[in-house]
Structure formats: C-alpha cells, structure tokens
Write a protein that binds this ligand. Structure first.
Ligand code: G3P
Length: 220
C-alpha cells in the first residue's frame, strides 16, 4: 500500500523521503490556505522534495472553471494530478480532463456510487473520506469494500486512495482492505513511524546485555 502525505509541509516530505516510504503528496485548498503561501510555490517545493506525483485541487465549483483550472495547473508539471470534488459538475470535468490526458483524482467521496461515477468518467484515483464518512454515521469499511468490489468486478483501473484518516487503526484497516494507498497528515504520519515502546525496551535490554561482553561483538 502506497503512503502519500496530505501536507504542504516540506520538512515532513523530507523526513518521509529519508525513510523511503513516500509515494506522492496530496494537498487541498484548506491545507494551502493554512500554509498561507502561493499555491504555485508550494507545488514547486513539493515536486522538488520528492519524486512522486503531487495532487492539487481545483477551487472552482463550476464545470468550465474546474476544467480551466485543471488545465492551467497541469501545465505547471506533468507530475501533477488534478483533484476534483465529485459533484455532478465534477464528473463532467473529470471526463473532459481525462480525454485530454490529464490525470485526475476524484475527491470528497462519501458513497460508492460516486466512486463508480468517477471511474466511469475516467478518474485515475478516487479518494474516499474515511473519518468524515464515520462522522456522518456511515461505515467507511463497507464503503471501501463496495468500491473495491465494483472496481475489481469490472477490472476498472481507477485506484483507491483512502483520505481523511485520523488514526493508526484507520490506516491499518485501509491496508487490510487492500486498497492502492492512503494519504496521511503530519500528526498521523509521525504516529505511524514512531518507535514502539516495547521495541525500545527490547533494544535497551539487548544493549545492556551486549555491553557486558563487548569483545564478543568485535567485528574482525
Ligand atoms: O486531502 C483531503 C482529505 O484528506 C481531508 O482530510 O482530515 O480534512 O478530513 P480531513
């Protein structure tokens, strides 16, 4: 399962690159607004900080503007993936962009029907919003299983990227569902990679035992 970073934080991207576990980066208008920096500069930094794709979301809600923004963004780099919220206007935008060879990610997915529509329109990725699905009282795992089952049944090439994850349990359940990837924000990434307390204790014990007999460990 691929790990994407849902961030504009370059330091976090560097950290993930060093660990060797980053497949790409996703952003959204809230993250750009929070960073309070020009979107083009952010995209440029994210493209330079890692070798994978960067998914960037259109702000427009009207179909023509969404397509126009998507085209303009894609002209910055062919490593960009255009994120389109899966409204009815979004379906048409995905269709038009994909016909021009511009890769798209259908985002803000709450229901399998939206994922099916996105795939039919030509989306490369669908991003179901795990914790937000939970918050509206629905079962995100049923949603994921349903999407996986539909895509698998019809051999659809659209990939599933779990988004809006809040906990390690969310991340692991996504992995158990066998989806293509997840996108994680900074706090969750830090929790994901932190050393386990029991592992640290085991290491400490090994070190104490080993230090008693240093000569046994000399490399000749
Ligand atoms: O990139 C968008 C998605 O990950 C939203 O996450 O945490 O704002 O629900 P969140």
């Amino acid at each position: 399962m691929d790990i994407w970073l849902d961030t504009t934080d370059i330091q976090l991207v560097h950290k993930a690159v060093k660990l060797g576990i980053v497949a790409g980066v996703t952003t959204n208008p809230s993250l750009i607004a929070k960073a309070n920096r020009n979107q083009e500069e952010i995209v440029d930094d994210l493209l330079h900080a890692q070798e994978g794709p960067v998914a960037i979301q259109v702000l427009a809600t009207d179909m023509e503007e969404m397509v126009q923004q998507g085209q303009m963004l894609y002209s910055l780099s062919n490593r960009l993936i255009i994120k389109i919220p899966l409204t009815q206007e979004g379906i048409e935008s995905i269709h038009l962009l994909s016909r021009q060879g511009i890769p798209t990610m259908a985002t803000a997915i709450f229901h399998p029907r939206q994922a099916l529509l996105a795939a039919l329109a030509g989306a490369n990725y669908v991003a179901p919003y795990i914790s937000r699905i939970e918050k509206i009282g629905e079962n995100p795992w049923k949603v994921l299983q349903s999407i996986s089952h539909i895509f698998h049944s019809y051999r659809m090439k659209t990939k599933i990227l779990g988004a809006s994850l809040q906990t390690i349990d969310h991340l692991l359940q996504c992995a158990e569902c066998g989806i293509s990837g997840v996108t994680v924000h900074k706090e969750l990434f830090d929790k994901f990679v932190e050393s386990e307390e029991h592992t640290l204790q085991a290491v400490q014990q090994f070190s104490l035992e080993g230090e008693k007999y240093p000569f046994l460990f000399a490399v000749k």
